[in-house]
Every structure is written in structure tokens, then in C-alpha cells.
Design a protein around this ligand. Structure first.
Ligand SMILES: [Zn+2]
Length: 470
């Protein structure tokens, strides 16, 4: 029994299956060799990838091992993907440890798989009641084909419009838009003339009115509310409003300021660039003694007490910018207003007074601002008025800011020579100068002896302005 079994086995082995066994064993040996003794490489991500035209291709990586150790550093990659060219690319990853090599291929296909984009928003198209929709044009852009607006098919029904576009690769985009027969736009109102106007006391004020337009309606009426009383000094609003047939209303307004006529022969003494201890305080003493009110265009310099004193003693506290630095204030419109509001805040904080009377550093006719911003004075002179300020230049110059002026006699002569009974006299002086301080008494005496009236500038004073040169 025992020997028969052995004999049986021997019979099997010695048959044709012998070679099969050899082959089987060799295969196992080769498998073991391949698994344990050959480098291995596998891909991260898919072996076949499809990516969209024009996008960025990023290799997802690989993992190479040999004898269970990472040998990624021995891998070389052949082939690149140009996502701007439609085709299939082979990326070959080879791990090479000298005499043993193993390779694997990734197939990357670049295709146009993105649908074109039709540029329409989700808002309905509003059409005036009783009118037909004419807005059908849209823009369609495809990632591969580019602008394919001309291929857009438009199907319009009464309440809907459907846009369809197909790119060369067959990707289709459909967009729908509702059509509504409603007027949702307000009428457009525009002022004839300026936003801020000054007019003289007791002179008839003729308002220039406004113009109206509307997307749907013609000949809309403008309702005007004109509160200007030219018999009373002050600021008034003229308001215009218009309503279209759908009930949309627009309103705009204009500011009208009724000011005094120029007081011919009046003298407005104005002092710039201060305050300054040692000069401004003496000037205030003289003015008090003489019972005269003047105007001070102040900066952020000097002691707070003098700002308060100017205000408390009834003079006009006016604004000249905080820094008075041309390179700063005329660098930009924002800079100018930041600087102006800075000194306005100082005045407000110290006195509670909201001053709207200003003088530009160098005057509105200055040309030095061209160095920093071409055309800025044209912008600023309009913008300050729109913001409710009144600006004043001068027509009598003490020339006390010029280096040639060194004595009180010069200051005196420069002023009295230019004073005139035939005009309103706005005198430019600088209260930071000692020779101006010293000339003031004589100037006032001259003025009084020659029948001039001294006054301070107010919001009711007609603006004395020079010609803008920048
Ligand atoms: Zn100045």
C-alpha cells in the first residue's frame, strides 16, 4: 500500500508534466526575483487622464521602490503636456538603478471639455411698456475657440429670450433671460448752470432750471421748489423733481446764496499764515483799540489761545490749510481737502465755529501748484464751492511775504498806494511778520482819515476772486 502510493507519485513526476513543473517553479522564481529584486514604479492618480484645454497640467506623482526602499530620486520622466494643443501625450516614468530598469506610461489627453460661456447676468431685460425688446446681442467666449459670439443662436418669445451656443468640440451652453415690460429706471435730471450759485441782495434771482430725460417717457414735467428770497441774505435750496409714468422719481437741488453787493470803498484787512505769538496778539490789540474787525486765514501753527482770541473778539476765523505746504496740498485733491479739514477741525475744536471761508495758499491764481498737479486749481476752485466753502483772494497786496520787503514803511506804502474808493479793497497781509504788525497802526490811521470803512469778510460777502491759472 505504502510503496504503491510512492510509485504513483513518481509516475506523475516522470511524465510530461515534469516540464510544466519546471516552468512553474521558474515562473515563481522569476516572480520572486521581479518582486524582490527588480525596482518597482507605480503612478499616483490615473494612468489615463483627460484634462481641459488651456488649464494647467500638474503631474500627480509616482512612487518608486527597490528592496522596499524609496528610490524616487532615481526616476526620470520623459514627455511634457502642452495644454494649449489638443492631443494625447505620453509621459514615461523610468526608474533606473544601473543594470535594472522599470518603466510605466501615463497617457494624458488634452481636450476641450469646457462649455463656452455666454455673458449674461440673471437680471431680467426690462423693456418699456408697449415697446419691443431689441437687446439680443450677447458675448460668448470659449476656452478653446475664443470669441464665438457670432455663433450664438437667439430665440425670442414675448417673455423670454434663449441663447444657445456650441463650440467646435460640441460643448453646448444655453442661457435664458426673462423679458419684463416695466420701466424701472428713474428719470435723469440735470441742472442747467452750476450746483452752487451766488446772487446779490435785492436783485431778482432768475433760476436757470433743470433738464429731464427718461428711458421710456418723453416730455416729463419738472416740479421746482424755489425758496430763494433775494431780499434776505443767506443760503437757499432750489429743488427739482420729476416722476415718470411708472412712478419713478428723481430729485436734485441747487444751492443759492444771496450775498451783499460789493461795498465799494470798504477795506477788508486779511491776515494769513498765523497765528503767531508776538505778532498776532499785538495785531489783535491794535484792532481792539481801533474798534475794527478783520479776517484771519489761519493754519495749524501758533498757540491755540490766539485762535480762540481771534474768534472771541469777533473777527472772522477763516481757513488757509493746516500745513501751507505747496508740495503737500497741491499734490492731489484729496491731500488738499485733508489739509483743509485738518485746520477746520482745529478751529471747530477750539471755538465750536464751523468756518466755511477759505483762502488757497498762494491764492487761487497761483502757478506754483503746476509743479505738483497740472490743472488742480481749476478742480479745487469748483470743488470747494460745491462743498459749501467761499474762497477769497485779494486785490491789495502788502507784499509782506516777499523777501524784498523788510520794513514797516514798505508794508505801509504797498497797502495805501493800492487802496481805492472805487473798489472793494481786500488787503493781503501776514500776521506772522513783525513789520506788518508794526505797520498796522499807520495803515488804519490812514484809512480812517481818508474815509474808508473797515469790515470783516463773512459768508454774505461777495467773493473776491482772481483768475485761475492752473
Ligand atoms: Zn499764505
Amino acid at each position: 500500500m505504502k510503496s504503491r502510493v510512492i510509485g504513483y507519485k513518481r509516475r506523475i513526476i516522470s511524465s510530461n508534466n515534469y516540464w510544466l513543473l519546471i516552468f512553474f517553479l521558474v515562473s515563481i522564481a522569476f516572480g520572486i526575483f521581479n518582486y524582490f529584486l527588480m525596482p518597482q514604479i507605480t503612478l499616483k492618480g490615473e494612468n489615463r487622464e483627460i484634462i481641459d484645454y488651456g488649464t494647467t497640467y500638474t503631474d500627480k506623482g509616482y512612487k518608486a521602490t527597490f528592496l522596499h526602499k524609496n528610490v524616487n530620486n532615481l526616476v526620470s520622466i520623459k514627455g511634457t503636456v502642452n495644454t494649449k494643443k489638443i492631443k494625447t501625450y505620453n509621459i514615461i516614468y523610468t526608474v533606473d538603478i544601473g543594470f535594472l530598469k522599470q518603466s510605466i506610461v501615463r497617457k494624458v489627453t488634452v481636450k476641450d471639455i469646457s462649455a463656452p460661456k455666454i455673458k449674461v447676468n440673471n437680471k431680467p431685460i426690462y423693456v418699456c411698456p408697449g415697446k419691443e425688446n431689441k437687446q439680443v446681442k450677447v458675448v460668448a467666449i470659449d476656452n478653446h475657440d475664443g470669441d464665438i459670439s457670432k455663433n450664438v443662436k437667439v430665440k425670442q418669445t414675448k417673455n423670454k429670450i434663449v441663447y444657445t451656443v456650441k463650440d467646435k468640440a460640441g460643448n453646448v451652453t444655453i442661457k435664458k433671460k426673462k423679458i419684463k415690460y416695466e420701466d424701472i429706471k428713474k428719470p435723469t435730471l440735470k441742472l442747467n448752470g452750476s450746483k452752487v450759485i451766488t446772487t446779490f441782495l435785492n436783485e431778482e434771482y432768475k433760476d436757470a432750471g433743470a433738464s429731464v430725460g427718461d428711458n421710456c417717457d418723453k416730455d416729463l414735467k419738472i416740479k421746482t421748489s424755489n425758496k430763494v428770497d433775494s431780499k434776505k441774505l443767506g443760503e437757499y435750496k432750489v429743488t427739482y423733481s420729476a416722476t415718470d409714468k411708472a412712478g419713478n422719481t428723481s430729485t436734485i437741488s441747487r444751492t443759492v446764496r444771496v450775498v451783499e453787493h460789493d461795498k465799494i470803498g470798504n477795506v477788508y484787512l486779511t491776515f494769513d499764515d498765523g497765528p503767531r505769538a508776538g505778532t498776532t496778539d499785538v495785531i489783535l490789540d491794535i484792532l481792539k483799540e481801533e474798534g475794527i474787525k478783520a479776517t484771519f486765514f489761519v493754519t495749524n501753527n501758533g498757540p491755540d489761545e490766539l485762535i480762540k482770541r481771534i474768534y472771541d473778539e469777533g473777527h472772522t476765523l477763516a481757513l488757509h490749510t493746516a500745513s501751507h505746504n505747496y508740495a503737500i496740498v497741491y499734490q492731489s485733491v484729496d491731500n488738499y481737502f485733508n489739509d483743509l479739514y485738518s485746520v477746520a477741525n482745529r478751529v471747530k475744536r477750539l471755538t465750536g465755529y464751523d468756518s466755511k471761508i477759505i483762502r488757497f495758499p498762494g491764492g487761487s491764481s497761483n502757478t506754483i501748484s503746476r509743479r505738483y498737479y497740472n490743472g488742480i486749481m481749476s478742480i479745487l476752485t469748483t470743488e470747494v464751492i460745491n462743498r459749501g466753502f467761499h474762497y477769497f483772494d485779494w486785490n491789495v497786496d502788502a507784499r509782506d511775504a516777499e523777501s524784498a520787503t523788510k520794513t514797516k514803511e514798505q508794508v505801509y506804502n504797498n497797502v495805501v498806494d493800492k487802496l481805492s474808493k472805487d473798489k472793494v479793497n481786500v488787503v493781503l497781509m501776514h500776521d506772522i511778520k513783525s513789520y506788518t504788525r508794526d505797520a498796522l497802526q499807520d495803515i488804519i490811521t490812514y484809512g480812517k482819515e481818508n474815509g474808508y470803512t473797515f469790515d470783516k469778510i463773512s459768508m454774505n460777502t461777495n467773493m473776491i476772486r482772481q483768475k485761475v491759472n492752473n
